[in-house]
Ligand binder design. Structure first.
Ligand code: CA
Length: 369
């Protein structure tokens, strides 16, 4: 929770309770020009405003010879972090970083794994929690319903200047029902769990005795020793004609040709591992990391000079595109990333998200020391 200011709009009340601020300017965050922000980013405040308008396994071995199920030992070291790509202003400049060694999950957490956690603990995810009517007198019941953002491909080409043309706030959407009521995860046990808020990922991590990676750990692991390469597998986007990650081919967002074999989520490890043996460090789902998001953080580190050792991210968040919404960094891109508009499935690319909101293309993986 960041603010508890009482406002007249029932939606604002609902949004406040979900961890946003009153910075709900109709359509503003969803109407920026293409290129200013990734088009597969969830427009948190605009989405909620739209609701208002509408309603009224692998083992590896560490240096010490230990082994951890489903995890890979990432020997630490130095690397160049970030990107000098003109389309990634918040990933500039590339700067030298050192990280200590750590264990990392080979794959993103799956529906089956998350179900084990829920079965063991009774945990209820943020997207499954309705708001307490007592705290929001006058709010319509629909406004208080639990839900989450869901990507929906439009029937035909749409303006790319409005993220709401392909994102909707779906009451009833959560990890068990990723597309909302009527959808489920039967047969998707090995797909990444999605609609997971940052706090949900942290709760799972606590149960599993692990933690979310820092952004630096994540990117070091993703690059797999291929320093300063464009992709986690090298510089060729489609080496030998083979797709190396689950992204979006065709015409975004209406026509997905799925040349990589998947229209939506792919089961984890459907694509080749990177050189450290990790699956899906590019595409499929965005992955929460522990750093707060600021677009100027790399500039701050670079200005300090030398090598940043085990950077933990800035002390607080600031996103100029939604100034009232503190955000955590997400990495890796998703099945919605397209080279036409959002190529942030490259290791230097950065995403960001309101910690209180998951989405149908956001998951996570964990690390431990
Ligand atoms: Ca795909």
């Amino acid at each position: 929770m960041h603010h508890r200011v009482l406002v007249s709009s029932t939606l604002l009340a609902a949004v406040l309770a979900r961890g946003c601020t009153p910075a709900l300017r109709a359509g503003q965050s969803g109407t920026q020009a293409a290129g200013e922000r990734c088009l597969t980013e969830v427009p948190v405040s605009a989405l909620r405003n739209a609701v208002h308008i509408k309603e009224v396994a692998l083992d590896a071995t560490s240096a010490t010879g230990q082994s951890r199920k489903g995890m890979v030992w990432i020997k630490g070291g130095e690397f160049w972090m970030g990107s000098d790509d003109a389309n990634f202003p918040d990933a500039k400049p590339t700067h030298k970083v050192y990280v200590d060694g750590f264990w990392m999950d080979k794959a993103t957490v799956t529906n089956a794994q998350f179900a084990e956690f829920v079965k063991a603990t009774g945990y209820v995810t943020v997207a499954e929690r309705s708001l307490d009517p007592a705290q929001y007198p006058g709010a319509s019941p629909d406004m208080l319903k639990a839900g989450a953002p869901v990507f929906t491909a439009p029937a035909g080409p749409v303006s790319l200047n409005n993220l709401l043309n392909w994102w909707r706030w779906q009451p009833g959407a959560n990890w068990r029902h990723p597309q909302g009521p009527g959808s489920d995860i039967q047969g998707a046990e090995n797909k990444p769990v999605v609609e997971i808020a940052y706090d949900d990922a942290v709760a799972y991590a606590k149960w599993a005795g692990k933690r979310l990676p820092t952004e630096a750990e994540w990117e070091f692991a993703a690059r797999g020793g291929l320093d300063r390469k464009t992709y986690v597998w090298g510089d060729d986007p489609v080496p030998g004609g083979k797709h190396m990650a689950n992204t979006f081919q065709g015409h975004f967002p209406d026509k997905n040709t799925a040349e990589d074999g998947f229209t939506g989520l792919a089961p984890v490890c459907s694509f080749p591992v990177n050189s450290y043996g990790l699956c899906d460090m590019s595409g499929n789902v965005w992955q929460w990391v522990s750093d707060w998001y600021r677009p100027d953080y790399y500039q701050t580190l670079a200005a300090e000079g030398g090598i940043a050792r085990n950077p933990q991210g800035p002390a607080n968040s600031y996103d100029p595109s939604e100034p009232g919404v503190p955000k955590r960094v997400q990495k890796g891109g998703s099945f919605l990333c397209t080279d036409q508009y959002c190529s942030r499935y490259r290791p230097g690319g950065r995403g960001k998200g309101d910690p209180s909101t998951g989405a149908s293309h956001v998951g996570f993986r964990l690390v431990t020391n």
